[in-house]
Design a protein around this ligand. Structure first.
Ligand code: GLV
Length: 378
């Protein structure tokens, strides 16, 4: 892992080791991927202000997220199918995050279930919720997350319908992979991956299997999922969920100031400025371009988290400078997971932490609290 010096190295290794359908599921975006690319391009355009001869010997990347101490302003974002990037991927990623001192968020569409992860890690983690039409099932998921002592519920609010990802359709993405000739060849050429999956606890959606009545087999579970995302979801449902969830609620997927203002009145502890990593509305503004106005409008009423495009400590610096309390990172750690399991996720976090540390030094700041727009070149 020492020779992996940046997230792009992990990405290249993951691309070689993980079957194409799963690598591209994580790597890709929706439609023409304009928003996916805008997320990166707009971050890269933000220039940092080099300062010299400031004493930065005592600097620290530590801060808090939702009142909890963290080693750096970063959390691992909820990503579906981590257990298909590497066997037991969710457990390994959660362990890596906890050892590094940052939060991990488990996705509803994970392979390992809430209970699998809770039974295998030392500390509480966050749980991300999709609201399905079957509200009884949703209530059950919330109760399971509470029973597992999850420390925050992250409600995804930007996926009432799925933005089409061309690559997933072309690759025939299924969980587990269908044994078509092409997939058999892919898997045969990826023995390390195949072994890790064979040794993993599960090969289907762990939070759904066994919890959806009358649907035990994999293909009907997939059908159920496709038919279950709920287009009727509204702010009323957010109220319903806030009433059921006893802990901290985070609303994820806001890029509009008006939506942010409504979110701030729901009692949520935080919102995530996010366009779902360019996987939903193609043509939406980059997430970083939406951040400053949202931070200005509601940053004093709830914590502002940020995702979509974060691949480095410099990016974390940019987002914090523009008003984010912390970033969520999805692809960066998923590349690490595909490249090297838990050690790869650890490496991804380390890379970002070290980059942030050096970036703080070279912009002349000693604490995360000091990072504001003055570290940027206007
Ligand atoms: C689900 O959240 C996805 O983006 O695939």
């Amino acid at each position: 892992m020492r020779t992996m010096t940046c997230i792009e190295d992990l990405r290249r290794t993951a691309r070689r080791r993980v079957p194409r359908q799963f690598f591209e599921y994580a790597d890709g975006g929706s439609y023409a991927e304009e928003t996916l690319h805008a997320n990166r391009a707009d971050l890269e355009r933000i220039r940092l202000r080099q300062r010299i001869l400031v004493n930065v010997a005592g600097r620290s990347t530590k801060t808090t997220i939702l009142g909890e101490p963290v080693a750096l302003p970063l959390a691992l974002a909820p990503i579906g199918l981590c257990g298909m990037q590497h066997g037991d991927g969710e457990i390994l990623s959660c362990r890596a995050a906890q050892e590094a001192g940052i939060p991990f968020c488990l996705s509803t569409m994970s392979i390992c279930s809430i209970e699998d992860v809770a039974g295998a890690v030392a500390k509480p983690f966050w749980f991300q919720l999709y609201v399905m039409k079957d509200r009884g099932f949703v209530r059950g998921l919330i109760e399971r997350a509470a029973a597992a002592k999850c420390s925050a519920l992250v409600l995804t609010v930007d996926l009432q319908v799925l933005g089409q990802r061309h690559r997933d359709i072309k690759n025939g993405l299924t969980v587990p992979p269908e044994m078509r000739i092409r997939n058999i060849i892919e898997i045969a050429t990826k023995p390390t991956w195949a072994l890790s999956i064979a040794r993993g606890k599960r090969r289907t959606f762990g939070n759904l299997a066994g919890h959806v009545r009358g649907m035990q087999d994999v293909s009907s579970l997939a059908q159920w999922t496709n038919g279950q995302f709920d287009a009727s979801l509204s702010w009323k449902d957010v109220e319903w969920i806030a009433g059921l969830w006893p802990g901290k609620l985070i609303l994820k997927g806001i890029v509009d100031v008006e939506d942010a203002r409504i979110a701030a009145k729901t009692g949520a502890a935080a919102l995530v400025v996010s366009n779902h990593g360019g996987r939903q509305l193609d043509g939406a503004p980059s997430s970083i371009s939406a951040l400053p106005a949202i931070a200005d409008a509601v940053g004093s009423s709830l914590e502002i988290l940020f995702d979509s495009g974060v691949r480095s400590g410099q990016d974390v610096m940019r987002a914090v400078a523009l008003g984010a309390r912390a970033c969520l990172s999805g692809r960066a750690f998923v590349y690490g997971l595909g490249a090297g399991g838990q050690a790869g996720v650890t490496r991804a976090i380390e890379i970002i932490r070290n980059e942030l540390d050096v970036t703080m030094a070279l912009t002349g700041v000693n604490s995360v609290k000091e990072i504001d727009r003055s570290v940027l070149v206007n």
